[in-house]
Design a binder for this molecule. Structure first.
Ligand code: ADP
Ligand code: ADP
Ligand code: MG
Length: 666
């Protein structure tokens, strides 16, 4: 077996690979850029080599720098993870030339599969079902329109060299086909330096379902079943699960067999993923093959019990696969939530900064329940603009889908993450979505279920009532502690009150508390009562509270006059006052917030790519104002409402600080 491997990556995936290497007794080498000196993957590896400045094009994707790190550390092999150099044919070739093993497929397979036209032609030849379309050269817009008509609208216009959702357009008529062809071609030239375009049928409301395969160097290829990845935002996967709630055994087997046939046709070895879109009648069509370890591989590991990274390493060393197709089973159900530093309350804009609090739920590997958290950060880590904004991949596994969903929902509620904006509230709200719970999903799920973006989930009044009961009992504990520790002269006259008005989510609950040794009886104005029990003590940031026979898990922050509470995708300010304070408060003036509606401020540090409006122009609600790049993503900033542009303060190409004013309105 290899003595030492270098991991040409960072973040959670570098940590994930190091874990398996350690388990196998292999030494590990990390590489790091200037900003990653203290990163988790560097701490976990046996050795680490500095490779350059923070931007990836000065460190993680510079082939020569990785090569010299390999030589310096005398590693025998390189695992590329995903992203960065993982699908770079030149990198695989460079390693081959130096006699260093690339823990991935042969460079020829990377090249063939990296091109959508070539790979589709090959797939067709191998008997794989592909999306109906035209794979020849398309001369101009006129030809594009002709071909689109032949295929039948809607069509998808795609760049052959495309990836990451770039260079793709949907067209529903001649005019859109004409325009789509032009803009796809432009985007393809600019992003990939390759303007070849093809057109295929656009499958409406499909599911994205993919097959994980493993192939050794001795001719054995197997498939590890499917992953359902339909929950996507802007063609980026957000939640994945295995198995798919949609496939039947026959379709699964057919997709598996075709995936293996495709792998064989390119002499594939290592782990790989064949992506399909599946229509509502379970017709499936090949999209592309990803020739690398996939972000969402853990859900497959959880239902099959197979360590995919270990198999990649063994295959690269030359071992035969020790498992056969008949040994691959589906055991239970697994779900993955990608926790991104993206603020759902601010239109999912990337958020950066220091993680001031990081307390994920405890990992558990029990017989009936698994909680797994793959991460590359720790409390105090910095999320920078240079890399993608994934913080962690939280996975749950249980015997049934319902149970796995419940474990995920609870684990999200227990996940403490502060200092940066993150999408945990959004993930929680998906877990509570009726269609998602039924497994009734397509790639249009997020657009359809969250048409106006994400707003804090509105909880129903009975749930608010329970939260009010819990918070009043918790507040009482604070009050007791306060009277004990102040040592104030009036201590003997202070008694902790039992009557409160708890305000949250637009409701005011009149509450009377009767505490005993094990909890409190909470009585509401309408005479209904509930029993509240908890081990919570003031200072704990997570409260597990039993209310009658239900458990609520809440993140609580003590603030003046009450708590800030987060649970189930909702973010609540809970104000707790006694009757007199409550009555007085209705006479007080409301604090006036500064009026920022006349400014477009930059929501995160980044670079201004372009401005789409000019001074004096009238803009409509939702109209694109400008594009800011941060964390590998282009973020479109739109007008909140109708208005007139008074002044534009910055120019394209300029870097921006957070809250910097980009545009002023009349
Ligand atoms: P996979 O194909 O493995 O399921 P994705 O398609 O989601 O993963 O991501 C492909 C690549 O894009 C990965 O290498 C990852 O580093 C990068 N990526 C994923 N999410 C984001 C994001 N939100 N912003 C920028 N890059 C991302
Ligand atoms: P990329 O290389 O950018 O990942 P893919 O070809 O894998 O490009 O497509 C990305 C996503 O776009 C898919 O997951 C799917 O949601 C959607 N998509 C791609 N092709 C089609 C199509 N013909 N019809 C409908 N949706 C499609
Ligand atoms: Mg894809």
């Amino acid at each position: 077996m290899f003595n030492k491997i270098l991991i040409a990556n960072r973040g959670e995936i570098a940590c994930r690979i190091i874990k398996t290497a350690k388990k196998m007794g292999i030494k590990t080498v990390a590489v790091y850029s200037d900003t990653d000196v203290d990163a988790l993957h560097v701490k976990m590896a046996d050795e680490a080599v500095h490779i350059g400045a923070a931007p990836a094009n000065q460190s993680y994707i510079v082939i020569d720098k990785i090569l010299s790190a390999v030589k310096k550390s005398k590693a025998d092999a390189v695992h590329p993870g995903y992203g960065f150099l993982s699908e770079n044919k030149m990198f695989a070739e460079a390693l081959e030339r130096e006699n260093i093993v690339f823990i991935g497929p042969p460079s020829g397979a990377i090249e063939t599969m990296g091109d959508k036209i070539t790979s589709k032609k090959l797939a067709k030849k191998a008997g794989v079902s592909t999306v109906p379309g035209y794979l020849g050269l398309i001369e101009d817009e006129e030809a594009a329109v002709k071909i689109s008509n032949k295929i039948g609208y809607p069509v998808m216009i795609k760049a052959s060299a495309g990836g990451g959702g770039k260079g793709m357009r949907v067209a529903w008529n001649d005019q859109e086909a004409q325009q789509g062809f032009k803009s796809s071609k432009n985007e393809a030239t600019n992003s990939f330096g390759d303007d070849r375009i093809f057109i295929e049928k656009y499958v409406t409301k499909p599911r994205h379902i993919e097959i994980q395969i493993l192939a050794d160097k001795h001719g054995k290829t197997i498939y590890l079943n499917e992953r359902e990845c339909s929950i996507q935002r802007r063609n980026q996967k957000v939640i994945e699960e295995a198995p798919s709630p949609f496939l039947d055994d026959k379709t699964r087997e057919e997709m598996g067999k075709q995936s293996c046939a495709l792998a064989k046709a390119v002499s594939y070895t290592s782990a790989g993923t064949v992506e399909f879109i599946v229509d509502e009648n379970r017709n499936f069509y090949f999209l592309e093959m990803n020739t690398r370890l996939q972000v969402e591989h853990p859900v497959t590991e959880l239902i099959t019990g197979i360590d995919i990274v270990e198999n990649m390493i063994r295959i690269a060393w030359g071992e035969k696969l020790s498992i056969s197709q008949k040994d691959v089973h589906i055991n239970g159900w697994a779900i993955e939530s990608r926790i991104y530093a993206e603020d759902p309350f601010r239109n999912f804009l990337p958020s950066i900064g220091r993680i001031t609090r990081y307390r994920p739920p405890d990992e558990r590997f029990d017989q009936a329940l698994i909680v797994r958290n793959d991460t590359g950060v720790f409390e105090g880590s910095e999320i920078s603009i240079h890399y993608d904004p994934m913080i962690a991949k939280l996975c749950s596994w249980a015997k049934s889908r319902t149970e796995a969903l419940r474990v995920m929902s609870d684990s999200l509620d227990e996940f403490e993450l502060d200092g940066i904006g993150h999408n945990i509230p959004f993930l929680s709200s998906v877990m509570r979505n009726k269609k998602f719970i039924k497994g009734d999903i397509t790639t249009a799920f997020i657009e359809e279920e969250f048409p106006d973006g994400f707003k804090s989930v509105k909880l129903d009044s009975s749930l608010l009532k329970s939260i009010a009961a819990a918070c009043s009992a918790m507040y009482r504990l604070f009050e007791i502690r306060r009277t004990r520790i102040t040592g104030r002269m009036d201590n003997h006259t202070r008694v902790v009150e039992n009557d409160w008005v708890v305000s949250l989510g637009g409701h005011n609950f009149d509450i009377n508390l009767k505490a005993d040794k094990t909890g409190s009886m909470v009585k509401f104005l309408d005479k209904s009562t509930v029993r509240v029990e908890s081990n919570w003590v003031p200072g704990d940031s997570i409260a597990k509270v039993k209310i009658e026979d239900k458990i609520l898990i809440m993140k609580v922050n003590k603030v003046t006059g009450g708590f800030r509470v987060r649970l189930l995708g909702s973010d609540l300010d809970v104000l707790i006052r006694n009757k007199r304070q409550f009555e007085l408060s209705s006479h007080m003036l409301r604090k006036i917030e500064p009026d920022m509606t006349k400014f477009l401020v930059c929501p995160m540090p980044g670079m201004l790519i372009k401005v789409d409006v000019s001074e004096g122009e009238e803009v409509q609600e939702g109209q694109t104002l400008c594009v800011v790049e941060a964390m590998k993503m282009e973020n479109v900033l739109r007008a909140d409402k109708k208005g007139v542009i008074k002044k534009i303060n910055v120019e394209a190409g300029q870097s921006l600080a957070v809250d910097e004013v980009i545009i002023e309105f009349e």
